[in-house]
Design a binder for this molecule. Structure first.
Ligand code: NAG
Ligand code: NAG
Ligand code: NAG
Length: 535
């Protein structure tokens, strides 16, 4: 608050209205989690839908989803490992007993999910997550692949037919091998989906102990097959159940066998952190019921709006240490917000949520490391990442009803060029004018808008290196750098001779306030509209 008091003496000379200019400092030496990416699924027939679109529409949809210069630049896909009958599962018929020889059936297509994976790979996608919603029905206590039921052989699930843990591990391993035949490398495999839920489609129940029992079988089975596919668990319906399951898996001594902890956000939102040394992904969430139209970026913060999703993705990454954020469906013929893109005949309608994902996914590439930031402003959110190509991307979300002038300062990195990209109501990821002066990038972030700054440059001095532990979210000490600037709205007598305080404005188009700077600071050009008293 000190600058306010320093300025108070000047108010009689200079005040007419007050406008905030906010500076965020990126701490390149303070690092948090490594990012795996952003994505979605085309499960339950939607890969097949996409395959059957007319060629022009198919290309349009694939570009919108994956193209890093014209679309969202998504980097993860989530396929479904079928567990039903012929045409869905690779083991539609029981071999008769857990140790009997299974007869696998492979059509090379898997409902065109093989083709879909290859399309994604053509855009550079490397992270292919295959998830089973259930084991085949004959491996479960209820004998069917639907309506929940539990894998026979895990704690508390005894079946007359025997213990099917190894058979289920063999089934998943074989599925990965079939994809290898098409040169599709499944990098992550899951064996549960919403294990606390028993719907009338593919589903299987599990608690954390039961999941751990199976992980201890799956892990050595994959290794024996020469696969380094990472095991995920548990795609819980909600975050709070995933916390409970992760703690139980840890207590059962199987957390070290997992590659990634995964959760959905339906029955309980992403909130706080999950205690695990692994990366954490949010692997499925969507507004399942509201209609796409009127398809707003921001009108009132409704569940399907673009800016609602920009905030959700941001909060998940910064406050809950997510390394990946996946929507539910990418593209589907439909009318609700369950997908990022809706199709109807040859009409393709990208939702504003797609551009929210794009604001992150295009500029936070797999392997990017989250950096610390300091600086805050009312209803403003900041995050920063260092990509493996050396670029730094900075996200600014403005939850105010007025535009915010933002300066981005870097510590431990010297920016030599800046680009900025904006989404707001009426603007779908457009280039935004931004300036770079004295290493400070500046742009105006529109009301209820998101801007991503992309800085190229080189490592710089001025920052020690701090790696923040895996369970920390980065709620580090925040330095408030907001500066209150006095601005005269109507021309008055020129306040010649008055001094702006440190961080205050001292020149710019339309500026009629103080043009001098307080002792120890100098007026530095930031952009045509703004110069600032900097120490
Ligand atoms: C992405 O879009 C650009 C511009 O249309 C195009 O040149 C490029 O080939 C596309 N990338 C892929 C992988 O199709
Ligand atoms: C897989 O890759 C190998 C080696 O590049 C190639 O010979 C083979 O034709 C590919 N198979 C398919 C199904 O694409
Ligand atoms: C799909 O397109 C048809 C033809 O243009 C139109 O009549 C129909 O209302 C559209 N459906 C939806 C759900 O938008």
């Amino acid at each position: 608050m000190a600058p306010l008091f320093q300025l108070s003496a000047l108010l009689t000379l200079c005040v007419s209205f007050v406008r905030a200019q906010t500076t965020v400092t990126v701490q390149a030496g303070t690092t948090f989690q490594t990012m795996d990416g952003f994505g979605f699924s085309e499960a339950f027939g939607h890969a097949n839908d996409l395959f059957n679109y007319p060629a022009a529409e198919q290309k349009q949809v694939l570009d919108l989803l994956f193209n890093v210069t014209t679309g969202a630049g998504m980097t993860i896909i989530r396929n479904r490992i079928g567990s039903g009958g012929a045409g869905d599962s690779i083991l539609p018929t029981s071999p008769g007993c857990p140790t009997c020889t299974p007869t696998y059936v492979w059509d090379g297509s898997d409902g065109h999910q093989v083709w879909f994976s290859q399309q994604a790979m053509a855009y550079g996608v490397k992270t292919i997550y295959a998830d089973a919603w259930s084991a085949p029905g004959f491996m479960k206590t209820n004998g069917v692949e639907t309506n929940g039921g539990t894998l026979c052989g895990v704690t508390g699930a005894t079946c007359a037919s025997g213990d099917w843990k190894q058979a289920y591990a063999n089934f998943l391993t074989q599925y990965i091998k079939f994809y290898q035949q098409s040169n599709v490398t499944i990098t992550h495999v899951g064996f549960l989906n919403e294990p606390e839920f028993s719907p009338t489609y593919s589903s299987m129940n599990s608690n954390g102990q039961q999941a751990a029992d199976f992980i201890k079988v799956l892990s050595p089975t994959l290794a024996a097959a020469g696969l380094n596919t990472k095991i995920t668990c548990c795609d819980s319906e909600g975050w709070s159940n995933q916390i409970t399951m992760t703690n139980a898996i840890s207590a059962a001594g199987a957390l070290n066998l997992l590659g990634v902890v995964t959760s959905h956000a339906y029955s309980s939102p992403v909130s706080g952190t999950i205690n695990t040394p692994t990366n954490v992904w949010e692997t499925e969430y969507a507004d399942l019921s509201d209609p796409l139209l009127p398809n707003n970026w921001f009108s009132n913060g409704a569940a399907g709006e673009g800016f609602t999703w920009a905030n959700q993705i941001f909060d998940g990454i910064v406050n809950s240490r997510l390394s990946a954020y996946l929507y539910w469906i990418g593209a589907e013929p439909g009318t609700t917000n369950s997908a990022l893109i809706l199709t109807n005949g040859t009409t393709v309608t990208p939702s504003k949520r797609l551009w929210a994902f794009a604001q992150f996914s295009r500029y936070i590439r797999p392997g990017a490391v989250r950096l610390g930031t300091s600086g805050s402003g009312a209803n403003l959110k900041f995050s920063a990442f260092k990509n493996s190509d050396g670029s730094v991307s900075v996200q600014v979300l403005n939850n105010n009803a007025a535009a915010a002038a933002i300066n981005v300062v870097t510590s431990g990195f010297t920016a030599t060029s800046v680009q900025a990209f904006v989404s707001a109501q009426g603007t779908d990821l457009a280039a935004l004018p931004a300036t770079l002066s004295g290493g400070i990038a500046s742009a105006s972030v529109p009301a209820h808008g998101m801007v991503t700054f992309v800085l190229n440059g080189a490592p710089g001095s001025g920052s020690s290196t701090t790696t923040v532990g895996s369970s920390s979210t980065g709620s580090t000490t925040t330095t408030v750098s907001t500066t209150v600037i006095t601005t005269v709205s109507t021309p008055t007598s020129s306040p010649t001779g008055c001094l702006s305080a440190e961080w205050g404005q001292c020149a710019g188009i339309g500026w009629t306030g103080c043009t001098g700077c307080a002792a120890g600071t100098a007026c530095q050009f930031v952009n045509d509209w703004y110069s600032q008293c900097l120490p």
